[in-house]
Design a protein around this ligand. Structure first.
Ligand code: FAD
Length: 540
């Protein structure tokens, strides 16, 4: 069998793939894509602030505002201006409206104030004041979160970290980057690549998401299979607690076993325990040869076997293993501009994107070619291409990374992010298809190498009937297979009341105790992450 079967001859890429995500043009460093932002901003302004919008994606009733929180007044605004200056205090309705709406245009708050601190000291003063006045706060990064965690539910003050975007230092012997939390991931990638390193994480939202947001969500993404979790890569943090205390844990040490490792509490706590202001993170060396292959499989079993074979045969050079079903490809071809199907001859049920990154161009190339030939001979791969150049590699990645963007263009997106044992991972997609019938389109894709399924259910508009077919089934099914209802996106508002599907009552109670200890007035990101019942005063 020869490589011409892949349609293209192999070519090793020597530069990192292109990035696609563009910043919201209305905002220099945060906000949803322009078309959504504009539509929603208009909507919110027309509806006037203070009207609680219905949120979708959970069967829960609309959440009541906690009356214990103060209502913002003009003295508060004057105080914030005295700390942040006029430019750091945004009341302009259009700008605040953008920050009130999440990336999907699905969760909408009614805040009247957006604060843009420029230093840790400013964040500390803002939080100390909010705590003393009991003003609720939403920490916000790039606002690309997908679970309604980054926008207010009611009138919480939005504290966006976009103004804290300085690189503090880079240790180019050990690859340790120290920076402020508002640095955009893509800017950090560009910076460290110029130094001969790469960021240990990469995701489709890299052009807008901030490193502080990544850490607060414990983002996974496309390099997880190779470089692992942020719990391993983050070396130190500086965090401002709810009462304004600055917690300096900004070590750059690889090893430090002195007492409890408190930074881990803030990795993945979604702004509910403190505001991350500075970060030190380990960056791996940039390797010179990257190859990307786009393959098709006839059934899900072949995808699983291909994953195992890739782990065995490609070993240390495997840097991504992403899968998509045919519905994803159709969606991408319909809604993403400038992409083309790399395997247009006939439709297949499943597609897999494999990336390898290594240090020896000819060795890596030979290894990938041999692996693909063997996989075709074994019947695991039906057809495939290897990118010949950076533009083909970009096209492959654009398809995979553009699925979220294409989904939003359909109208309503019910989005689930599940950890499921790999052998069962696609069963729920098929079961969901039979549940919703022709009322909605069901897509399955994700980070197969990490056992992480993204399940998107799309329809032209939100409907209670469709939602009733999805929930609580999706959570019960996942819990029944000992999976997690949040693999990497977090709980946010969407799943705060669903945590019990993945965590025991004892674990939830301990989390609530930690929250009460660290944020006794519960000002940080209220209504998110933990169930309201666990945080009520009666619960100890
Ligand atoms: C197209 C697209 C692709 C995506 N792909 C992936 C993916 O592959 N993997 C993945 O894990 N996620 C993915 N996401 C989700 C999202 O990008 C990540 O969750 C990201 O880490 C959020 O970063 P952010 O700066 O936008 O945070 P935001 O959305 O602003 O906030 C997210 C949460 O973190 C809190 N927060 C933000 N900044 C801070 C801070 N400095 N201190 C304390 N709390 C803070 C917020 O309160 C909120 O609860 C994707 C999103 C999109 C739109």
């Amino acid at each position: 069998m020869s490589l011409t079967q892949y349609g293209l001859t192999n070519h090793t890429l020597t530069s990192q793939r292109r990035s696609y995500w563009t910043l919201c043009p209305q905002h220099s460093s945060f906000g949803p894509p322009a078309e959504i932002a504009t539509k929603e901003a208009q909507h919110s302004v027309d509806d006037s602030f203070g009207v609680q919008q219905r949120t979708f994606g959970s069967a829960a009733e609309p959440i009541q505002r906690n009356p214990d929180y103060s209502v913002l007044n003009s003295d508060d605004v004057s105080y914030f201006k005295s700390i942040l200056g006029d430019n750091g205090v945004v009341q302009d309705k259009d700008r605040v409206a953008v920050a009130n709406v999440d990336w999907m245009g699905k969760y909408k708050g009614a805040s009247q104030l957006l604060l843009l601190p420029k230093s840790t000291n400013e964040v500390s003063k803002v939080l100390a004041y909010c705590d003393s006045r009991r003003l609720a706060v939403v920490p916000q990064g790039g606002n690309t979160g997908l679970v309604g965690g980054s926008v207010p539910v009611h009138d919480e003050v939005i504290v966006n970290l976009g103004g804290m975007d300085k690189i503090i230092s880079f240790d180019n012997v050990n690859g340790i980057l120290t920076c402020e939390a508002g640095c955009v991931l893509e800017n950090l990638s560009t910076f460290v690549e110029n130094e001969g390193f790469i960021m240990p994480l990469d995701l489709g939202a890299k052009g807008s998401c901030q490193i502080g947001g990544n850490i607060s969500t414990n983002a996974g993404g496309l390099r997880f299979i190779r470089y692992g979790s942020l719990h391993g890569n983050v070396l130190g943090l500086e965090v401002v607690l709810a009462n304004g205390t600055v917690l300096d844990m900004l070590t750059t040490l690889r090893k430090d076993n002195t007492g409890y490792d408190l930074k881990h509490l803030f990795v993945g706590s979604e702004g509910s325990l403190g505001i991350v202001t500075k970060v030190s993170i380990l960056t791996p060396a940039k390797l010179p040869s990257t190859n990307v292959a786009f393959l098709s499989c006839n059934d899900y079993m072949s995808c699983q076997k291909l994953l195992l074979a890739a782990r065995r045969s490609l070993g240390e050079i495997l840097s991504a293993f992403e899968f998509m079903d045919r519905q994803c490809i159709d969606l991408a071809m319909t809604h993403l501009e400038g992409v083309h199907n790399p395997l247009p001859v006939s439709p297949y049920k499943f597609y897999v994107l494999i990336e390898t990154t290594g240090s020896d161009e000819s060795y890596d190339k030979a290894k990938l070619e041999a692996f693909l030939l063997r996989s075709m001979e074994d019947g695991l791969v039906a057809d495939g291409v290897i990118a010949q150049d950076i533009s083909q590699a970009s096209n492959f990645w654009r398809i995979r990374e553009g699925i979220s963007e294409a989904s939003v263009k359909v109208g309503a997106v019910y989005k689930y992010d599940l950890s499921i044992p790999v052998e069962k991972l696609y069963d729920i997609v098929e079961e969901m298809r039979s549940r919703v019938g022709d009322t909605a389109e069901v897509l399955g894709y994700g980070h197969l190498g990490d056992g992480n399924l993204h399940l998107n259910i799309l329809s032209s508009k939100y409907s209670d009937n469709i939602l009733a077919q999805i929930e609580p089934f999706v959570y019960e099914w996942t819990a029944g297979h000992r999976g997690s209802i949040s693999a990497e996106h977090g709980l946010g508002l969407m799943k705060a009341e669903k945590i019990h599907y993945s965590k025991s009552p004892e674990a939830v109670q301990l989390m609530a105790s930690i929250k009460k200890l660290m944020d006794p007035n519960s000002i940080l990101n209220p209504y998110k992450v933990l169930p309201q019942s666990a945080l009520s005063p009666e619960q100890g």
